[in-house]
Design a protein around this ligand. Structure first.
Ligand SMILES: Nc1ncnc2c1ncn2[C@@H]1O[C@H](COP(=O)(O)OP(=O)(O)OP(=O)(O)O)[C@@H](O)[C@H]1O
Ligand SMILES: [Mg+2]
Length: 260
């Protein structure tokens, strides 16, 4: 069975304010779903809800999460986090403990699956090689502050894949990176999806990222999904005024280049 990760009727509240409402999304293995929309629309909170990892003060008032059809409760979500669903959060530096070496980040994650010592080191090096580090052994002794933004993003991807998840949620993977590094990260994500058959939720405000990677696009505005379409239909004929605005702004800034 193809199976997948699905969110149905998500509603998130904080202090009586509704932040996300009626959001349903489905992500199948091997596909890339782009989640776009202007700042504050609820993209990151929706991704965090898929992980069952909401910030303090934000409450899930409604909504069901399913994996391959089965409803997941809080304990089920905690068990799957990292193991079945990998996560790369917005601003990768924040995902690392600055006082802990890259190697220890891997050792702690791999220990969850009983991998220790030489076996853990070999696995960490193989993961780092997979994301493009030619000399992974040297990297393991470094601290997060010694890595550039692009290196951190790649290391974070390797860490998110350490337990072989079927799904990966990445939040703004290219923000704050220069154009060359952005292109490298996008190429890497493309290869990882193809090689591993990952279901990728790609949260971004950058429509050129969506054009390059996504098969489908969901657009969020003010806490709701206002449109969901295959990527080519979205670029050819966006239905919702908010999508039309996003596209008009994008083309005004970057020209009318058609999506690949
Ligand atoms: N911890 C929190 N407590 C209360 N409100 C929050 C919290 N985190 C986010 N919000 C609010 O929820 C809404 C959605 O935020 P979210 O971070 O999901 O937006 P976003 O679409 O990811 O935006 P951006 O593109 O800027 O990353 C915003 O109004 C935000 O202010
Ligand atoms: Mg966000």
């Amino acid at each position: 069975m193809a199976g997948g990760l699905a969110l149905e009727g998500l509603r998130l509240e904080a202090g009586g304010r509704v932040l996300v409402d009626g959001v349903s999304l489905a992500l199948r293995r091997g596909e890339v779903l782009g989640l776009v929309g202007t700042s504050g629309g609820g993209k990151s909170l929706t991704a965090l809800a898929l992980l069952g990892l909401l910030p303090a003060g934000v409450r899930r008032a409604a909504g069901v999460l399913r994996l391959d059809g089965a409803v997941l409760d809080a304990a089920g979500q905690a068990a799957l986090r990292g193991r079945r669903i990998g996560f790369v959060q917005q601003a990768p530096r924040g995902g690392f403990n600055p006082l802990v070496s890259i190697g220890r980040h891997f050792r702690e994650t791999l220990a969850c699956d009983g991998l220790r010592g030489g076996a853990a080191t070999a696995r960490a090096e193989s993961l780092l090689r997979e994301v493009g580090f030619a000399e992974p052994a040297a990297l393991l002794g470094l601290y997060p502050s010694q890595l550039s933004g692009g290196m951190l993003q790649r290391a974070m991807l390797a860490l998110a894949l350490a337990r072989d998840p079927g799904f990966l949620l990445v939040d703004e993977p290219t923000t704050d990176l220069d154009l060359i590094v952005q292109a490298q990260i996008l190429g890497l994500l493309e290869r990882l999806v193809a090689r591993r058959g990952l279901g990728l939720l790609l949260v971004t405000h950058d429509l050129s990222v969506v054009a390059r990677l996504a098969g489908r696009v969901a657009v969020m505005q003010a806490g709701r999904v206002v449109e969901e379409q295959p990527v080519h239909d979205f670029f050819d004929a966006p239905r919702h005024p908010h999508s039309q605005n996003l596209l008009a702004t994008h083309f005004a800034l970057y020209g009318e280049a058609a999506p690949a």
